[in-house]
Design a protein around this ligand. Structure first.
Ligand code: ADP
Ligand code: MG
Length: 308
């Protein structure tokens, strides 16, 4: 009886499910052909790393991307994890205009958390998903030479400009892509921690968005994909802006609609496009398999910044 019932229902269900998968794979073919051999730089946000389940889905996506002949380069952040560790170690931070001042004690913890724990977590997840990932920071293979970031703000009342000293917060000065090219030709997925080294040997903490943009520009990447913890760039009423022209994006920063951590993201997209990167997109890292959705389907996800 039981056997008969199974025979009657299961084959039908199985056919539907398998057919849907077959159709999906078939529909992805044009994208696979178009993107084979191209380099995609993927920024994996500290906030988008939330759950173990999401991390596993991200790792599988990266391995799938590599498997179909695209060359993925992962750059990760780690703001929340750095904050948690500083708190655990009771290292006090001072803030200037909402930005953490990175003194010598802080930069040591930043490097430990980024290059040590987070970098190895991402590498382990990709390797567990069947890929071969190697973790590196800007110090490895001369990847990122950094210089101190100079930031100035204007006091709204007096209109006097003051220079902010953020300590060992840096920006990329020179990217040496040789090590990345070597890894790509060996079919290895590079996972980069956003740490740079100054000409004087000083360790610098760099915003991961900025690193992803600089690496994408240096490699002439076809896509820069930034995973974060929101749907994309939101307008003043909280609605998703699925496409933005560079001028519109600049206006959103100028009128403070785009604020906080979204500023370096949008600025990085603008700089990347200007440097010749094919496409720059901000995606919702809270959505499992958002990378596959964006790369291999027609679905419009996140915010695409481009001239249209
Ligand atoms: P990540 O770890 O991905 O770099 P950030 O916190 O640095 O994340 O940047 C994303 C954050 O930017 C969002 O969670 C949101 O709070 C903030 N943000 C500010 N302005 C906007 C905006 N206009 N649209 C979307 N997010 C914004
Ligand atoms: Mg950020």
């Amino acid at each position: 009886m039981r056997y008969k019932a199974r025979l009657m229902t299961q084959p039908m269900e199985r056919d539907d499910r398998h057919l849907a998968i077959a159709r999906t794979l078939s529909e992805a073919l044009p994208y696979m052909r178009q993107f084979a051999g191209q380099t995609f730089v993927i920024k994996y946000g500290g906030h988008a790393m939330g759950s173990a389940e999401l991390a596993q889905a991200f790792a599988r996506d990266v391995v799938l991307i590599k498997q179909v002949g695209i060359n993925p380069i992962v750059v990760h952040g780690g703001g929340p994890q750095i904050g948690a560790m500083l708190e655990r170690l009771k290292i006090q931070s001072s803030f200037v205009d909402g930005l953490r001042v990175t003194d010598q004690a802080t930069v040591e913890i930043v490097e430990m958390v980024l290059s040590g724990s987070i970098n190895k977590q991402v590498v382990t997840a990709i390797n567990a998903a069947g890929g071969t990932a190697i973790g590196l920071s800007g110090k490895d293979g001369h990847l990122i030479q950094a210089r101190k970031l100079r930031r100035a703000t204007r006091d709204p009342e007096s209109n006097i400009e003051k220079v902010l000293d953020l300590g060992f917060v840096g920006e990329p000065e020179r990217i040496d892509t040789a090590v990345l090219e070597g890894l790509a030709s060996a079919d290895v997925i590079p996972v980069i921690a956003p740490i740079g080294i100054g000409a004087d040997g000083q360790t610098y903490n760099i915003n991961a968005d900025t690193v992803a943009g600089a690496v994408a520009a240096a490699l002439g990447a076809s896509k820069l994909l930034m995973l974060t913890d929101v749907e994309g760039v939101l307008d003043g009423s909280g609605a998703l802006l699925s496409e933005l022209r560079p001028a519109e994006a600049r206006a959103l920063i100028a009128d403070a609609t785009v604020a906080g951590g979204m500023i370096p993201k949008v600025e990085t997209c603008l700089a990347a496009i200007e440097a010749g990167v094919g496409a720059a997109q901000i995606l919702d890292g809270r959505l499992a398999h958002v990378l596959i959705l964006e790369i291999f389907t027609e679905a419009g996800v996140g915010t695409k910044i481009h001239e249209f």
